[in-house]
Design a protein. Structure first.
Lengths: 256, 832
C-alpha cells in the first residue's frame, strides 16, 4: 500500500464539497503562494512549528490504508448527507501514487472523493487519475503570467492547460475556485480574464473564497516570513465586489 | 415602534465582525412584538394571592380527609383569585397577576422562605448556587429601590404588606408543609438519614427537593378538550352514585377541584365583559367580547374552533400549574392536541402563528420561586417542553401544519419557553425537518432532537405497554425525560447524584477531600482496579440511600400535597378512583434515579490507566499528591493527564470505560422499586448541575482543576477535550445503549458558518439522522460564535434578547449566572 505525507485530517468539514466530509491535507506543494493560509503544507517533508510555546512536528508519514480507515469512520454521515472525502493540501497531485491509493480506496468503498488542486502537475498524472475523482476544485489565482510567477514562484502555463483539458474532458465535475486576495487577485483585469477563461472553457460557475489571515501566525511559527500581507479588513468587501463584477460578466458566483 | 431587538443584535454583530446567527424576522405582528417587549422589560414579582387564599382555606378545612382537603383548598383559592387581563392579551388567564410572577408555595416548603426572612442559610448548598444578575433581574433590583419594595429570594420584588402576608402563610405551613412532613418521616425511618445529610453537605446530592418536587407532568389535554369539564363532572357524579358508602374520596375531591376551576374561568368571562364595556376602541372591544364568549364556552364544553381550543388548553394548563410547585410541567404534543380543531377552520396559518406567539410569551411569564439552591439549579427555567412531530398510533409520521406554525412562532419570538423538541423519525416530512433546522440555526438552542425509536424500545421493555399506546402518547416532560402524555405519574423527583463526588470519595479513602467529611469506611486504593471497584461500591450505596430517601419523601407528598386537579387529567385516575399519588396513573415508571458527571469519572479512570499503568509516568500516590495540590507544581504531569484518552473522540481507550460505568449504573438502579412499587428507571441529565457539582469537587486525574465545572449532559465531552469533531462525538455517544435509560442529553456547539444556508441545514439534519441510526437518543445545538458570547459578557446591555441553550433548556444570556455563561463559552466549538 502506498504511503504519503499528511499534515492534517479534519472531520465534519462542510465547505469543500457536498455534504459532511472528511478533509485530508496532503503535505507538499510546488507553489509558494505569498498569501498561503497553510504555509506548513508547502514543504514535502515533516517540519517543526512553534505553537503555544512548544515545538510541534507538522506532517506525518501515513499508510493510505490508515488514512482510509480514518475516512471510513464517518461513512454513515457521508451516506446520509451526500458527503465523502476531500483531498486537499498542499497539492494532492504532488504525491501521485499516494493519491492514487487514496482515490482507489474511496472508489472501492463507495465513498465520494473530491480533490482540491492548484493545477500545477503533469497533465499525464492528472488525466490518469481523473476517472477516480468525483469532483475537482481547481484553485485559480492570477491570470497574468508574470504576476503568477511573482506571487507563486511559477508561471501558469501548465496550470491553464490542465484546466482547459479537464474542462473539455469532464466539465460537470470541475469547480473553479478563486481566493479573492485584496490587491492581488481582485483587480478588474484579473476578474475579466477569469470570466473569459471560464466562458472559453464552457463553464458558467465559480466558487469565491474570502481571503482570511489565519495563515499569518503560522508563517511566524515556521520561522519564515510571509511574502505579502494583504489587508484582511478589506477581504469581505473585496469578495462582494468580485462577485458583483463576475456576475455582470455572466458568471454565477457562490461562496461555499 | 423601534425595531425588534434580535434584529438589532444581528446588525451589531455584523459590525463587530462576529459570525452572525441566521436572522429571524421578529414577531409576526406589532401586538406580539409589544407582548415580547413588555415581558423583557418587566421586573420579577412574588404573587402571594394564591398562597394567602390557600392558607385561609386550609384553616377552614380541618377534619377533611387529605384529598378532599387539598381539593377544597385549591378550589377555594381558584374561586377568589383576581382575574387579570392585561392590555393586548387575546388569550385569557395567567398564573399570577403580574407579567413576570411567581407563586411562593409555602404549602410545599415554608422553611427556606422563613429562613431567608430570618436571615439564616437555607441549606448546605445555598453557597454553591448562583443566579444571574442581568436583564429582568437587574430591572427588579432597580425597581425595588424606586418602589420601596423588598427583593426576595435574590430576584423577586415584593411589597411590605405582601411580605408580611407571605410570612404569615409560611408560619402557618411551617409544621404542616410537605417539607416538614417529609423530614419527620425520613429522618425517623431512614437508617441512612445521616448519610443523606452528609451527602448534601459535601455536594454528593442536590439540595432537598421539596420546593419543587413535581415535574415531567403532561396532562391529558386530548380528553380535557374533547369531553369538556361538565361532562367529566357528570361522569364523576355517576361514579359517586354507585360508590360504596364512605368511598369515592378521590371522585368527590376531583369534582370540588373542577367546580373551583369553572368559577375561576367564569371570573375571566366577567372580567372580559367588564373591560369590554369600558373599552373605547371598537376593535379591542370586539376582541374582549369574543374572549368573554370563549370563556363561557371552554373548558366547560368542547371547543368548536381553533381559538377556543387554544383557550381551553390554556385554562387546563394554568389550572394544573397553579395546583402544584411544578418544574417540568409540559404542554407535550401540542401540534397533535390542537390539530383536529385547526382542521375545523376558523383561523388562517398566520393567525395560528400569532396565537402561538402570544401563548409562548404567556408560558415564559411564569416564574418559579423556590429555595435558592433550586433556583440556582433550575436557573429560573420552568422546563416546559413542547414536542413536535413523532408518529401516530400506526407509526405514520404525525407532523402537520401546526408543527410548522409552532416552529415559525418560536423562530419569530425566540422566547425561552416552551423549549421545543422534535420526536425524530425518518418518515417526517422534509419541509418540517428543514423548518426545524431553520429554528436551530437562529441559535436559540431548540428544537432538541429526540430519537423516538430509542424511547419506544425503552418504554416497551420498562412498561410492557402496547406499542400503539407508546407511539401515541410519547412526549418529553421537562428537560429531556420521556413520559407518556396524559397517563404517566407526574410527581417525579428531581434530585441528582454527583458522580464527580463519588470519584473524590473513591480516590480519597472514603472521605471528602474538600470538607474532610467521612462518608465511607476507609479503604485505601492500591491499583486501577481498586479505584474502579471502590467507585462502583460507593455509587451503589449512594444510589440505594437516595432511592430510599425519595420513596419516603414521595410518601410525604401523598400525605400533604397530593395532586387532585392534575390527576383528573391523568389516565386512569378517574376510572380507578385514585389520585396519582395513590397509583391512579396507567404508567408509574417515570420516577428515575438521576445523576450527572460520569464523563469526568470515565476520563479520570482512563488517565489513571494511561499514566499509572501503561506509561508508568507516575505512581498512584504521586498522582494523588498532584490532585491534593490541585496540580500546582505538577504541570508536566497535568499535561500528560490532559493528553490521555478522553471520551468523545471515538477512541475505545476512553469510551470503553464510560460504557462499563454506564452499564453498571443502569444495572444497579432498577434493583429497587419506586414509591409506587415499580422498578426505578436509570436516567442521566444535567440542568445546571455541572457548575455546582464541579464547584464542590477536588482536582481530577483527567487534568480538570478543583472547582471547575464537570462535563455537561450525559454524553457531552468535557469542554476542549473533543478534538476530533462532532462526528467523532456522535460515534462515541452512539456506542452507548440509550434504550437503557429514560432520558439523556448530548450538547454540541457549532460555529454559525458550519450551518450556513440550506446546505448547512441539510448537513445538520443528516448529522442528526446518522447519530440516531447509531442509535443515539438526544442531541441539541448551540449555534453561536464564542467571540460574540464574550462580547455579550462585556456588554450585556446590547444583548438583552440573546438566548442560548444551557442543558435541557434555553435561557436569556443576561439572566444566567456568570459561571454558567462561562461554561457555555467553554464548550468546544465545532466547524470553523
Amino acid at each position: 500500500m502506498s504511503r504519503g505525507l499528511v499534515f492534517d485530517l479534519q472531520r465534519y468539514a462542510v465547505h469543500d464539497g457536498p455534504g459532511i466530509r472528511t478533509l485530508v491535507f496532503l503535505k507538499g506543494c510546488p507553489l509558494r503562494c505569498a498569501w498561503c493560509c497553510n504555509p506548513e503544507s508547502q514543504k514535502a517533508e515533516p517540519e517543526s512549528l512553534r505553537r503555544h510555546g512548544a515545538m510541534e512536528t507538522v506532517g506525518r508519514e501515513m499508510d493510505a490504508q490508515d488514512v482510509l480507515d480514518e475516512i471510513a469512520r464517518d461513512r454513515d454521515f457521508y451516506r446520509n448527507s451526500g458527503g465523502g472525502a476531500t483531498f486537499s493540501g498542499g497539492e494532492p497531485f504532488f504525491q501521485p501514487e499516494f493519491l492514487r491509493g487514496l482515490l482507489e480506496g474511496c472508489r472501492s468503498r463507495g465513498i465520494h472523493a473530491a480533490v482540491e488542486t492548484c493545477g500545477y502537475a503533469s497533465a499525464d498524472i492528472i488525466l490518469a487519475l481523473e476517472p477516480l475523482v468525483d469532483l475537482f476544485f481547481f484553485d485559480l489565482k492570477v491570470l497574468d503570467k508574470e504576476d503568477h510567477l511573482h506571487w507563486t514562484g511559477w508561471d501558469n502555463g501548465l496550470i491553464l492547460e490542465n484546466f482547459k483539458s479537464l474542462a473539455a474532458r469532464c466539465p460537470n465535475k470541475l469547480v473553479p475556485r478563486l481566493t479573492v486576495v485584496p490587491g492581488i487577485s481582485d483587480c478588474r483585469q484579473n476578474l475579466s480574464g477569469m470570466a473569459e477563461l471560464l466562458r472559453g472553457a464552457g463553464l458558467r460557475d465559480i466558487e469565491l473564497l474570502e481571503y482570511h489571515p489565519l495563515g499569518s501566525d503560522k508563517w511566524e511559527a515556521l520561522g519564515r516570513e510571509s511574502l505579502c500581507r494583504p489587508d484582511a479588513a478589506l477581504s469581505g468587501r473585496a469578495l462582494t465586489e468580485a462577485a458583483r463584477s463576475l456576475s455582470q460578466q455572466g458568471i454565477t458566483c457562490c461562496v461555499p | 415602534m423601534s425595531p425588534d431587538p434580535s434584529f438589532q443584535m444581528v446588525q451589531s454583530n455584523i459590525e463587530a465582525g462576529f459570525a452572525p446567527r441566521e436572522a429571524a424576522a421578529g414577531p409576526s405582528t406589532p401586538r406580539t412584538a409589544l407582548l415580547k417587549r413588555r415581558y423583557l422589560e418587566a421586573p420579577l414579582r412574588v404573587d402571594v394571592e394564591y398562597i394567602r387564599l390557600l392558607t385561609a382555606a386550609d384553616r377552614l378545612a380541618a377534619g377533611l380527609p387529605v384529598l378532599e382537603r387539598r381539593a377544597h383548598d385549591h378550589a377555594y383559592a381558584l374561586q377568589r383569585l383576581t382575574p387579570v387581563i392585561h392590555p393586548h392579551d387575546e388569550i385569557a388567564a395567567n398564573k399570577t397577576r403580574f407579567i413576570r410572577g411567581a407563586v411562593p408555595y409555602a404549602n410545599y416548603a415554608a422553611g427556606p422562605f422563613l429562613k431567608e426572612m430570618r436571615r439564616q442559610e437555607q441549606d448546605a448548598q445555598q453557597r454553591h448556587a448562583e443566579q444571574g444578575q442581568g436583564g429582568g433581574i437587574a430591572g427588579t433590583r432597580a425597581q425595588a429601590e424606586k418602589e420601596g419594595c423588598r427583593v426576595f429570594s435574590g430576584k423577586f420584588l415584593i411589597s411590605e404588606p405582601d411580605y408580611d402576608s407571605l410570612r404569615e402563610s409560611c408560619e402557618y405551613w411551617e409544621d404542616r408543609c410537605f417539607m416538614s412532613a417529609g423530614e419527620k418521616i425520613w429522618k425517623a425511618l431512614l437508617p441512612e438519614a445521616d448519610f443523606i445529610e452528609k451527602g448534601w453537605a459535601v455536594g454528593l446530592y442536590t439540595a432537598p427537593h421539596e420546593p419543587c418536587p413535581e415535574g415531567r407532568l403532561i396532562l391529558d389535554y386530548e380528553t380535557a378538550l374533547a369531553k369538556g369539564y361538565r361532562r367529566i363532572m357528570a361522569e364523576l357524579d355517576e361514579r359517586l352514585r354507585s360508590a360504596p358508602s364512605g368511598g369515592g374520596e378521590f371522585w368527590r375531591a376531583a369534582k370540588r377541584a373542577l367546580e373551583g376551576s369553572l368559577a375561576f374561568v367564569e371570573h375571566y368571562a366577567q372580567e372580559a365583559e367588564r373591560q369590554a364595556a369600558l373599552e373605547p376602541d371598537t376593535g379591542r372591544r370586539a376582541k374582549l367580547q369574543r374572549m368573554a364568549r370563549t370563556c363561557r364556552r371552554v373548558p366547560a364544553e368542547p371547543p368548536r374552533d381553533f381559538r377556543e381550543a387554544v383557550q381551553s388548553f390554556w385554562f387546563t394548563y394554568i389550572l394544573g400549574h397553579l395546583e402544584g410547585s411544578h418544574l417540568g410541567y409540559s404542554p407535550g404534543r401540542l401540534d397533535q392536541t390542537l390539530w383536529p380543531y385547526y382542521q375545523n377552520g376558523g383561523v388562517s396559518y398566520q393567525e395560528a402563528v400569532e396565537l402561538f406567539e402570544e401563548l409562548f410569551v404567556k408560558m415564559t411569564q411564569i416564574e418559579y420561586l423556590a429555595s435558592l439552591s433550586w433556583q440556582g439549579l433550575g436557573h429560573g427555567n420552568l422546563y416546559q417542553n413542547l414536542i413536535l412531530g413523532g408518529v401516530d398510533e400506526q407509526g405514520r409520521p404525525a407532523d402537520n401544519e401546526l408543527s410548522k406554525a409552532i416552529l415559525d412562532a418560536q423562530i419569530r419570538m425566540q422566547m425561552t419557553q416552551p423549549t421545543l423538541s422534535v420526536w425524530h423519525d425518518d418518515a417526517l416530512s422534509e419541509k418540517f425537518l428543514l423548518k426545524s433546522a431553520e429554528c436551530v440555526k437562529t441559535g436559540v438552542g431548540y428544537p432538541a432532537y429526540f430519537n423516538l425509536k430509542t424511547y419506544i424500545r425503552h418504554e416497551l421493555k420498562a412498561s410492557g405497554l402496547p406499542i400503539e399506546t407508546v407511539r401515541k402518547h410519547a412526549a418529553i416532560g421537562g428537560c429531556t425525560e420521556p413520559v407518556l402524555q396524559g397517563m404517566s405519574y407526574g410527581v417525579v423527583q428531581a434530585g441528582f447524584i454527583n458522580h464527580g463526588k463519588l470519584l473524590d470519595l473513591a480516590l480519597n479513602d472514603g472521605a471528602d477531600p474538600v470538607t474532610g467529611e467521612r462518608l465511607f469506611e476507609p479503604c485505601q486504593p492500591k491499583s486501577y482496579e481498586d479505584i474502579r471497584a471502590s467507585y462502583l461500591a460507593k455509587m451503589r450505596a449512594a444510589v440505594r440511600s437516595w432511592q430510599q430517601y425519595w420513596n419516603l419523601a414521595m410518601r410525604a407528598h401523598r400525605d400533604t400535597v397530593p395532586l387532585v386537579f392534575c390527576s383528573v387529567f391523568v389516565r386512569d385516575c378517574v376510572g380507578r378512583g385514585l389520585c396519582m399519588d395513590d397509583g391512579g396513573a396507567l404508567h408509574n415508571g417515570t420516577p428515575t434515579t438521576l445523576s450527572s458527571g460520569l464523563v469526568n469519572v470515565a476520563n479520570s479512570l482512563a488517565a489513571i490507566k494511561r499514566l499509572c499503568c501503561q506509561d508508568k509516568a507516575c505512581s498512584l500516590e504521586e498522582l494523588q499528591a498532584a490532585l491534593a495540590a490541585d496540580w500546582k507544581g505538577h504541570e508536566a504531569l497535568r499535561r500528560r493527564a490532559i493528553a490521555a484518552p478522553k471520551w468523545g473522540n471515538d477512541d475505545d481507550a476512553a469510551d470503553s470505560i464510560f460504557l462499563d460505568l454506564f452499564a453498571e449504573y443502569c444495572r444497579w438502579v432498577p434493583g429497587q422499586d419506586n414509591y409506587l412499587g415499580v422498578p426505578y428507571d436509570p436516567s442521566m441529565l444535567a440542568i445546571s448541575t455541572p457548575v455546582p457539582f464541579g464547584k464542590v469537587c477536588a482536582a481530577f486525574p483527567d487534568g480538570r482543576r478543583a472547582g471547575e465545572p464537570l462535563a455537561d449532559g450525559v454524553t457531552s465531552p468535557f469542554p476542549g477535550t473533543d478534538t476530533q469533531g462532532p462526528t467523532a462525538v456522535a460515534r462515541s455517544s452512539g456506542k452507548v445503549d440509550h434504550s437503557l435509560i429514560r432520558g439523556g442529553l448530548l450538547n454540541l456547539k457549532f460555529h454559525p458558518s458550519a450551518l450556513r444556508g440550506e446546505k448547512g441545514a441539510r448537513n445538520l439534519l443528516a448529522f442528526v439522522k446518522t447519530y440516531f441510526e447509531k442509535p443515539g437518543f438526544q442531541v441539541q445545538f448551540n449555534v453561536v460564535d464564542s467571540r460574540m458570547l464574550r462580547d455579550a459578557q462585556a456588554r450585556p446591555e446590547a444583548y438583552r434578547d440573546l438566548v442560548v441553550r444551557v442543558a435541557g433548556f434555553s435561557a436569556y444570556w443576561v439572566e444566567m449566572s456568570q459561571a454558567l455563561q462561562d461554561q457555555v463559552i467553554w464548550r468546544t466549538e465545532h466547524g470553523l
